[in-house]
Design a protein around this ligand. Sequence first.
Ligand code: NAP
Ligand code: MG
Length: 491
Amino acid sequence: MATKKKQVARELLFGDLWEFDPAPETAPAGIADRYGLFIGGEFVAPKSKKWFDSISPRDEAKLSEIALAGQADVDAAYAAAAKAFPAWSKLPRAERGKYLYRLARLLQDRAREFAVAETLDGGKPIREARDFDVPMAAAHFFYHAGWADKLEYAAPGRDLRALGVVGQVIPWNFPLLMLAWKLAPALALGNTVVLKPAETTSITALKFAELIRVAGLPPGVVNIVTGAGETGAAVVRHKTAAKIAFTGSTGVGKWIQRELAGTGKRLTLELGGKGANIVFEDAAIDQAVEGIINGIFFNQGHVCCAGSRLLVQESIEAVVLRKLKLRMKSLRTGDPLDKNTDIGAINSKQQWERITELVDVGASEGAEIHQPACELPKKGFYFPPTLLSGVTQSHRVVKEEIFGPVLSILTFRTPDEAVEKANNTAYGLSAGVWTDKGSKYLAVASQIKAGVVWGNSFNKFDPTSPFGGFKESGFGREGGRQGLLEYGELD
Ligand code: NAP
Ligand code: MG
């Protein structure tokens, strides 16, 4: 009898016995059939006369047709931004703040619609778009609205001046949030902007352009040019730009740095990562397991600061591995529009292929692959949560950023070894430390070369907190006072 009861309890826990009913989000996403470029406060047809399709990775359905900006279009965007700069930068600071508050509130008003659009376009679970991306994007505008008329406190005794026109290129993993990270500080300081979203996720940026119009921002203060890498390159190279802010891959970041050398343009680069999540034997194990899960499976692992290298103290390896496998069984992978989904769609076919290739490489190099049994939707791009054990630091899956729901597990014996292994990477963006001892956290965290080191938590963000990397993860900070200063000239 007891065994039977245990069996039932286990099945309940594992979800073998029952399933959640579907809980689809049904609110309209308000996506137009076609989007032109947003230049000088208007949506305009591209001079290039080229358009591309934007599809949903959820089911490969076409969502919209998007303008592809060529050189002449990027020129027009920079011209509009340059024209808008004198008046915008001279506007009383409190007035600039009001525009930012308005944008934040408008985004809150239409939060549900933006969340659905973000999920459809990028594939992330609606729960994350609704509870993280959209509210955090609004929070960044609120935070920087607050700075706009208090700039004298950002650099006491100095005057902080706008730089001019800023070119910004953002990636596809947090499309709206990255837009907010870039636009809010630039505008608060009085810069004008030419922004290029990623090719696969332009929709929420274009919907945001609608909010810019509703907020009544002067024409040309924000210009949005859509397209792929070539459009991004035209934005980066443009002679009008006083600064380039880029978030994306390390490869493209290096190219941009070479391209800008000697031009005098300011540059900030937010690039890739391979974050270590370190779990000591004295940690609260169940909490740590939740943190490991969140650290790697949040947003399908499309997170530059993901905790993709798990470092577990050898004495607790077996128990952590067992608990992790158990927890992974209860993760629901599938339709991102379902409110119960934990892991949605991989952003694009290309990214799906990269993840698949790297996991295959892991297998051929001898890694043991653990994936819970789960039925994936037939259409769209899906990858199950994956754990790789039996790997060492020389394995490609441990060295390279996979940017997917794939965790590598390694062990260590002493705090010194944990630090050495955590730092044994070309990247330096993030890390996590799980321990019951505050002194151990401080000692370890201070030795890790990473822009952010979370303590007994992971993937926590706040607009007041600067974020950025060391080494091949880039330079410059976004968020907080430090992030604000990157957009100004100190007099
Ligand atoms: P990516 O290929 O570097 O693309 C990033 C952006 O740059 C996209 O808008 C892209 O356009 C554009 N781009 C591509 N080639 C360019 C060029 N030659 N000149 C100028 N722009 C160019 O990176 P991704 O694969 O989209 O994004 C994933 C990477 O971003 C990961 O490595 C991740 O770690 C990193 N990331 C870092 C952070 C951070 O804060 N540190 C945050 C998020 C992501 P298209 O997409 O339209 O081709
Ligand atoms: Mg898309």
